[in-house]
Each structure stands twice: as structure tokens, then as C-alpha cells.
Design a protein. Structure first.
Length: 460
């Protein structure tokens, strides 16, 4: 299950030394480079015959006690296809082995890797910056702030507004503490022992999920982040209320408490120099009315025989958390894109994502200064970042067509599914980050309108 938290996924000095080791060419003529620049590991993969395009990949948020190998694409099979078709791939792991809220150093590390690539490998004809989960913020900010260095942006399961994301997680943790663990010593911010607070919240969730009353309150908590009940990417969307809430509970446990709860809040406080998160002035009754999950909550409370008004009153009466001004300013500097689009941006998102809810896409679309340079594609599937290589490469091809011709291709779902369906089954595999392995899944591009985000850091 903890593999889910990839998603919710960055001090390099210009003169910092770089070390590189070029592996002996493989039988197929490819080359691999690995090394360290200013304390950040990197990996570069070169095809036998380079087509001139470099894909610079930014990974997502790795919480404490969590780490992953250094990936250069979202779907593992994408790497194979891209190298076979002439693309160069590069990625930095960032400082601190990529663990924590590292947007500021991640941007420097990625630029340093691009500098190294241009000096040691060759200057790309074009560079596309891609990002997965919180890496979408990194990719978007890189393109906004260094427009001459990037020709296009591809985001996957993107978080665009991290301040929004973590404030929504705060709302969910706050609701769990208030309604499911009243009186317990649980600190959400400035915690003396954030791990103990995290474990106490998870224990409260586990107690609640086995009763109708507890599940109703978990549905209420999920509603404050537009968290869906489609956690399993290899299974159909749950059709019954209990199944829906049980999968919402998985999102709450693993994405919103274990990954983005007290330990993440403590990490952000360290980076930002204080607490940037808060819920002063938030009216949770109004938030519920605006939530995409409102009807689920109403039905769950009716079936449990609970008084929703009383629970909302308890939330209203609970002591609030105030953000600290300088820490908020830091988050705006390193976590909230402006919406400038100096390069075309194409995004790919699953409709059931509860780790980076689809409302992030709607928020970003409302910020962009040139809507003609943005296209957003949707895959009808649960899970976070649960795309096949066929879907990922199909999205990339659409972006490259825009770069080549100045026009977007036909992006109707039927055309996209037909294009992705032509790939071999090997490239149709989808990973279930919840722990159920991989399976071949048919392409699932669809039309979708995401809900409004409930805690925007900036309005369009």
C-alpha cells in the first residue's frame, strides 16, 4: 500500500562537483550515465540513435521512511518504448535521496542535470519536462521560470497547488481527530512526536471503518478533500456505499494521514521555517455543500442514523490551526504556479485519483494565461498515477504533435483509445499502487469535468 505514496509526491551550488559513470554500451548500443551533482543522484539513459528530444522527469513526493529507485518515467514499460524510439531520458533524485518537500532544491537539481547533459552528452533539439504527482509542480514551475530551456510540459497525476493539497489533508486529519479521536493527545502541527500522532490517527480510522457510524464520519472527512472511493486501479469503481467508503478510507489512511499527515506537516514546517497550514475561517458545512462527495456523506449519515448537523457543529467548535505568514510566503514561492504557459502543457489524470484529486486540474486550468496552450486528458480508472505505458506515450505523442505543428491533434477519447490500443499488451500493463501488482488493462481515455477544489491557494 505504501507504494501509493509515491504520489503524494525537492542546495545545489552552481559550482558543486559532479561525478558521472558511463556504463559500457549494452548490446543494443544504449548508454547509461549515473552520478551525483551537488549531493543529488541522477540517471540518464541514452538510446542507440538519439532523435534529439530529451525528456527530463521529476518524481513526486516521498514521505519520511519511504524511498524508491531513481525512475525516469512514470510507467516502467514507458522507459523501454521511449529508448527504442530514440528518446533520451534523464532524472535527478534531488537532495536528501528525494525524501520530503523538496521543490526548491529539486528545481535547482533538475537544472543542474540539464546543464550537465548539455555539456557532457549534447544539446537537445528540444527538451520536454515531465512530472508525476508533486513532480508536476516542479515541472510546471521549471517551465514558468525558465521558459527558454523547455519546449513542452507533460504532467501525470499532477499536484499543481501543494498548499491546497496539504491544507486539504489538514482538513481531513482535523476531522478524524475531532470526530473519531476526541480527547486524544494528537498534534497535527508543531508536533513533539509526529509519528505518534500519525499512528494514533490511523488507529482511530481503523476503529471507525468497521461501524456504520464510523464509516459515515470517514466519508465526511474524505469529502473535505474531494477524495473518491476508487482506490484500486485494477478493479471496477465500487457500486455500493460501503465499498465506496472503504476505499475512501484507504485513501485517508495511506495518502492523507500516513503520507500527507503529521509527519509531512513536520517536514514542511522544517523546510518553510514554520507552519504554512491552517483552517481558521473555514466553514466545514459550506465546504460539504461544495464537495463532490456530498451525496455520499448524506446517504452514509442517513443509513447510520447519525446527526450530521451535530458533527458539523463539533467541527465548528473545535480549536483551529493558524498558519504562519512567512511559511505561507515560502509555499507560494515554491509550490504555487502562476499559470503562465510559455510552453504547451498537456496533463494526464485518472478520474478516480484520491491522492491528487482531479480538482487540481480544474484549478490549474483556471490559472493559465493562454488556454490554447493547455490540454487535459482523462483516464477512467481508480488509483494514483495508474497509467499504462501505452497511455503515457500516447499523451506524449499528442504533446509532440503540438510542438511539431503548432496545433493539437484530435484528442477525442475514441481516437486516443484507438492509438493506445495499438500497443503490444506488454505496454498495456497498469500498476496498482495499493499492492495488487500489475495487470493488462484496456486504454480508458474518457471525457470528464473535475469538481471545484475546496481550498484553492489562488482564484482564477
Amino acid at each position: 500500500m505504501r507504494r501509493l505514496l509515491i504520489a503524494l509526491t525537492v542546495a545545489l551550488l552552481t559550482a558543486a562537483p559532479a561525478t558521472a559513470a558511463s556504463a559500457a554500451p549494452a548490446d543494443d548500443g544504449r548508454r547509461s550515465y549515473t552520478g551525483t551533482i551537488g549531493g543529488a543522484d541522477y540517471r540518464v539513459e541514452m538510446p542507440e540513435r538519439w532523435n534529439g528530444t530529451l525528456l527530463l522527469y521529476s518524481h513526486g513526493y516521498f514521505p519520511a521512511d519511504f524511498g524508491l529507485p531513481l525512475f525516469v518515467t512514470n510507467a516502467a514499460e514507458s522507459e523501454q518504448w521511449l529508448l527504442e524510439h530514440g528518446f533520451a531520458l534523464a532524472a535527478s533524485q534531488y537532495q536528501n535521496d528525494g525524501i520530503g518537500y523538496l521543490i526548491e532544491p529539486a528545481m535547482r537539481d533538475q537544472l543542474a542535470l540539464l546543464d550537465w547533459f548539455e555539456a557532457e552528452v549534447g544539446r537537445p533539439e528540444r527538451t520536454v519536462v515531465s512530472g508525476q504527482s508533486l513532480g508536476a509542480t516542479i515541472a510546471t514551475l521549471l517551465a514558468e521560470r525558465h521558459p527558454r530551456r523547455f519546449d513542452g510540459v507533460l504532467t501525470l497525476c499532477g499536484v499543481y497547488d501543494p498548499l491546497n493539497t496539504f491544507n486539504s489533508a489538514l482538513d481531513i486529519n482535523f476531522t478524524v481527530r475531532t470526530l473519531l479521536a476526541p480527547g486524544e493527545d494528537i498534534d497535527l502541527v508543531h508536533a513533539d512526536d509526529p509519528v505518534a500522532s500519525r499512528e494514533a490517527l490511523i488507529a482511530a480510522v481503523n476503529r471507525a471503518r468497521v461501524t456504520p457510524e464510523g464509516r459515515a464520519r470517514l466519508a465526511l472527512a474524505a469529502s473535505f478533500g474531494n477524495v473518491t472511493g476508487w482506490y484500486r486501479s485494477l478493479e471496477p469503481k465500487p457500486a455500493d456505499l460501503t465499498g465506496w467508503i472503504q476505499q475512501q478510507t484507504e485513501w485517508i489512511t495511506w495518502a492523507k494521514i500516513w503520507g500527507n499527515g503529521p509527519t509531512a506537516f513536520a517536514d514542511i514546517e522544517r523546510v518553510a521555517g514554520g507552519n504554512p497550514l491552517g483552517n481558521t475561517g473555514i466553514d466545514y458545512a459550506k465546504q460539504l455543500k461544495r464537495s463532490s462527495q456530498r451525496e455520499v456523506v448524506l446517504q452514509a449519515y442517513r443509513e447510520a442514523g447519525l446527526n450530521l448537523t451535530s458533527d458539523l457543529a463539533a467541527l465548528a467548535a473545535a480549536p483551529r490551526i493558524a498558519p504562519e505568514r512567512d511559511a505561507v510566503r515560502y509555499m507560494y514561492r515554491y509550490g504555487v504556479p502562476t499559470g503562465r504557459t510559455p510552453a504547451p502543457v498537456l496533463s494526464l489524470h485518472t478520474t478516480g485519483d484520491g491522492g491528487a484529486p482531479p480538482d487540481q486540474e480544474r484549478w490549474y486550468a483556471e490559472q493559465v494565461d493562454d488556454p490554447a496552450d493547455l490540454r487535459q486528458l482523462w483516464v477512467e480508472r481508480g488509483g494514483h498515477c495508474s497509467f499504462s505505458a501505452a497511455e503515457e506515450v500516447t499523451a506524449l505523442r499528442a504533446l509532440l504533435t503540438k510542438l511539431d505543428t503548432g496545433r493539437w491533434p484530435d484528442l477525442r477519447p475514441s481516437r486516443l483509445n484507438a492509438a493506445a490500443g495499438r500497443f503490444d499488451p506488454h505496454y498495456q500493463q497498469v500498476l496498482d499502487l495499493g499492492g495488487n501488482g500489475k495487470a493488462v488493462m484496456p486504454p480508458a481515455f474518457t471525457r470528464y469535468r473535475p469538481p471545484v477544489t475546496l481550498r484553492p491557494s489562488r482564484t482564477g
